[in-house]
Design a protein around this ligand. Sequence first.
Ligand code: GLV
Ligand code: MN
Ligand code: MN
Length: 413
Amino acid sequence: MNHAAAAVSQQRQWDRLMAMAQLGAIPGNGVNRACLTELDRQARRLLIAWAKDIGATVSVDAAANLWLHRDGSDPQAAPVVTGSHMDTQPNGGRFDGIYGVIAGLEALTALHDAGVTPRRPIEVVAWTNEEGGRFAPGCMGSMSWSNFRRIEDFADVVDPDGVRFGDALAAHLAAESDLPTRPLGSKPHAYVEAHIEQGPRLEAADLDIGVVTGIQGSRWFTVTLTGETAHAGTTPLALRHDAVQDMVRAITALNALMHDAKDVLRFTIGRIVVAPNTSNSVADRVSFTIDFRHPDKAVLLARGDAVAGVVQAAVRDAGVTVQETFHALPVEFSPVVIDAVERAATDQQCKYMHLPSGAFHDAQFVVPVCPTGMIFVPCRKGISHNPAEYSEPAQLAAGTRVLTETLLDLAEG
Ligand code: GLV
Ligand code: MN
Ligand code: MN
């Protein structure tokens, strides 16, 4: 076994994951650590302390993406980057996102402990707001780093309490102003992200590693329906402009649009906000979100483009706006990274399969910038975005050994 990978410590990595899970712990072993909150800052500070212990340098960019850097032997060489995100869903688990960051740190720590310095620098990035749970959409940090969107474009997005993303970001950067800054955007040699699978396939096939081939496309929309509030006991149905009833019509029509007998298409209404939200008033305002995903670009474009028209045609009494908030086309990962992950998995005697990702990841937005790929580890019953999310310490450590070898392989190239 490669001796840097052999220096990966299952116990240290698990202890760090469990320490991170304390920051925002919720009942049932879950975590609620929304991006750019005090808890997010505490998690970042803990990561920074561990990085400093091994002499890694730390910096932050204008999107608050946090970077840990370990020098290579060639100061001119472009770095190999790994990482993921530290924010969670409001009712999230202990591994989604944070595993990829802690695995990256564990790889750096193993290289440090083994005294191994490859030619290229290795960097670990913690991307800001991957989940989109507090500020929608997700992947704001990676989208702005790759110049897919500008960070300023998100300034006016508000969280459920009305806090602007731009204000939360400015406050966070001010609070972290002791950290060195770096420009937003860079040109790595390659990027590889470790993550729990968030699906059932690896466990069902009794495998250790998923060599990820690509990510399906995602589109998010917010539909807002504006009716008129009225007394529930006295107002005849014929005189109502009931936003909730129009929401039901719209969702029924969308379910028909998104029907897929093969069950490949993913269609979710995950958030509904109703006003005034009382039992005995007709609702004058509803907004609901649509999360729509498909691996085939043509289907993603055709059905996504039909959403606004289908909603307009379905509603009867309310005014309608449909805003698209996220648009990520399907991506395929680079053979450069896929082959390196496969070599590492083989060397580590891990059983692996190739599989695509149904979840989106920051890696999706790194694809246009440099050769990109991902490593999945199994998670119990495929459960994720749920406090019950679980991967075993040994499964997580195997993934990190494969990550370490992959990084070394790419960093010598
Ligand atoms: C990421 O969290 C996703 O929703 O796919
Ligand atoms: Mn994630
Ligand atoms: Mn997630």
